[in-house]
Design a binder for this molecule. Structure first.
Ligand SMILES: Cc1ncc(COP(=O)(O)O)c(C=O)c1O
Ligand SMILES: [Zn+2]
Length: 406
C-alpha cells in the first residue's frame, strides 16, 4: 500500500480527547480546548525511513507525510524551513555553556518562524475551501499569514496592537491584507476579530493562535529539523521564547511523533519556556506547580512577540515543560538586550529580542546550576533582529565634512 502525501487521520482534543473530523474547517473543541492533528504513524513507520528524506527539497515540506496537506497541489510555499543550526562558541563559553547552538529562524521568509505556521495553516485553509483568514497577532504572525494568504490567493484580515513592530504593519499592508491597529494587547485584537468573523459567517476562517489546528503543525517542523540536522538525535535542552507557546508545543509534539516512528531514541530533551519578566504568566504558573496560568496584568516587554498575558494553550506548554523535566524562566528586558549585544560582539550572531531572551535564560540557568555546562543546548532565535530597529540604542559620533576620524 503506498503512503499518501499526508498521513493525517483525524483531529483530537488536547484536553478531553474527543475525536473530530479533519476534513472540514474546525476551530476549538466543544470543551473550549485546541485540537491537535493526528497521523497514521504506524503506516508511516512501515513505509518511510529517515534515509528516504535525504534527497527531498530543503524546505519544511520534506516532512509532508507528517503535515496535514493532503494534495501536493495545495502546498503554498515561499521556500520556508531548514534553517541552520549555528554554534555560538564564544558567547556560549563566556556564560559557561560552550555547547550552545542557535537555530536561526531569522533566515526564513518574512523574517520570523511564523512563516512555518503560516505556510502550513494557509495551505490547509486553501485545501478546506476557506475564502479568507482572519487573525489577531503581535505582528510577525500577521506579516507571515498576510504573505502566504497572498501567495494562495486568499483574503487576509489582520488586527495587531498599535505597539507591535512597525515593519510588520508594512508587511501586512504590502501583501494586500485588511489591517487594523488596536489600542490594546493581542487579546483585545482577538475579541474584535472574533466579532467580525461571527458577523460574516462563511467569509473568514479564524486563524488565531491554536484556534485552528494547523499552524502548530507548521511550527512543529522546527523540532523535526533539529532532530534531522543533529543526525536523528535530540539535544539535551531546547530553549524557546514563549508567547502563545505554539512553537514549544509543536516542538514537543514533533519529538513525540519521531519517537513513535522509532526515528528518535533516548530521553526527551528538557524543554525550557522563556518569558519576559514584564509578561510571565507561564513562569508564574510553573513556579507554583500549576497546570494552567492566570492572566498577567499590565503586560509589557521589548520582546513584543511574547507579550501574551493569557495563552489558550498554556496547559500544553506547562505539560511539555513538566513532562520533560524542563523549566520556565523569566528574564528582564535590560538583561536580554545586553545578552543580545554580547552575543553579537562575541559570535557575530544578532538575535531578535525574543530570541535574545533565550540567551539570558541559558546564562541564568547555568548560574543557578540547573545547567552543568556540559549540555548541548539549542536556543530558538525566532526572528530577524533587523525587524526590531526600535530596540537598539546606538549613538555613534557624527562627523562634519571637515572632521577627521580620531
Ligand atoms: C519573534 C517571535 N518570537 C516568539 C513568539 C512567540 O511565539 P509562540 O506563540 O510560539 O509562543 C512570537 C510571536 O509573536 C514572535 O513573533
Ligand atoms: Zn475537548
Amino acid at each position: 500500500m503506498t503512503l499518501p502525501f499526508s498521513a493525517l487521520t483525524h483531529l483530537e482534543c488536547a484536553r478531553c480527547g474527543r475525536r473530530h473530523d479533519a476534513d472540514r474547517v474546525q476551530n476549538l473543541c466543544a470543551c473550549g480546548s485546541p485540537l491537535l492533528a493526528r497521523y497514521d504513524l504506524d503506516r508511516v513507520r512501515d513505509s518511510l525511513s529517515p534515509a528516504d528524506l535525504a534527497g527531498r527539497p530543503q524546505s519544511l515540506w520534506r516532512y509532508h507525510e507528517l503535515l496535514p496537506v493532503r494534495d501536493p497541489a495545495h502546498v503554498v510555499t515561499l521556500g520556508e524551513g531548514m534553517t541552520p543550526l549555528v554554534p555560538l562558541p564564544r558567547y556560549g563559553a563566556s556564560i559557561g555553556v560552550p555547547g550552545l547552538v542557535m537555530k536561526d529562524e531569522g533566515l526564513i521568509p518574512t523574517g520570523s518562524f511564523k512563516a512555518r505556521g503560516a505556510a502550513v495553516g494557509v495551505a490547509r485553509a486553501l485545501e478546506l475551501g476557506a475564502r479568507g483568514i482572519a487573525m489577531p497577532t503581535n505582528g510577525n504572525a500577521g506579516a507571515a499569514w498576510a504573505a502566504y494568504a497572498a501567495r494562495a490567493g486568499l483574503e487576509a484580515l489582520i488586527a495587531m496592537p498599535a505597539d507591535a513592530p512597525s515593519i510588520t504593519r508594512a508587511e501586512c499592508a504590502a501583501a494586500g491584507a485588511g489591517l487594523y491597529l488596536v489600542n490594546g494587547l493581542i487579546g483585545d485584537a482577538g475579541r474584535l476579530v472574533a466579532e467580525k468573523i461571527a458577523a460574516e459567517p462563511g467569509v473568514w476562517m479564524d486563524a488565531a493562535t491554536l484556534k485552528e489546528p494547523y499552524r502548530i503543525e507548521g511550527k512543529k517542523t522546527m523540532g523535526l529539523e533539529i532532530a534531522e540536522q543533529l543526525g536523528w538525535r535530540a539535544p539535551d535542552v531546547i530553549v524557546y521564547p514563549t508567547g502563545g507557546g505554539v512553537g514549544l508545543i509543536g516542538i514537543h509534539k514533533a519529538l513525540l511523533e519521531l519517537r513513535a516512528l522509532g526515528w528518535l531514541q533516548g530521553p526527551m530533551p528538557r524543554l525550557v519556556s522563556v518569558q519576559a519578566s514584564g509578561c510571565a504568566p507561564i513562569v508564574r504558573a510553573f513556579e507554583k506547580g500549576e497546570r494552567t496560568s492566570e492572566p498577567w496584568e499590565d503586560a509589557r516587554t521589548v520582546a513584543f512577540g511574547i507579550t501574551v498575558p493569557k495563552a489558550l494553550g498554556d496547559f500544553l506548554v506547562l505539560d511539555a515543560v513538566y513532562e520533560t523535566g524542563g523549566r520556565a524562566v523569566a528574564v528582564d528586558d535590560e538583561e536580554l538586550l545586553a545578552d543580545r549585544d554580547r552575543c553579537a560582539a562575541a559570535d557575530g550572531a544578532l538575535l531578535c529580542p525574543e530570541g535574545a531572551a533565550t540567551l539570558s535564560a541559558v546564562r541564568v540557568l547555568r548560574e543557578q546550576g540547573w545547567l552543568s555546562g556540559d549540555e548541548e543546548v539549542v536556543v530558538l532565535n525566532t526572528g530577524a533582529a533587523a525587524k526590531y530597529p526600535e530596540s537598539f540604542r546606538v549613538d555613534p559620533p557624527v562627523l562634519e565634512l571637515t572632521d577627521r576620524i580620531p
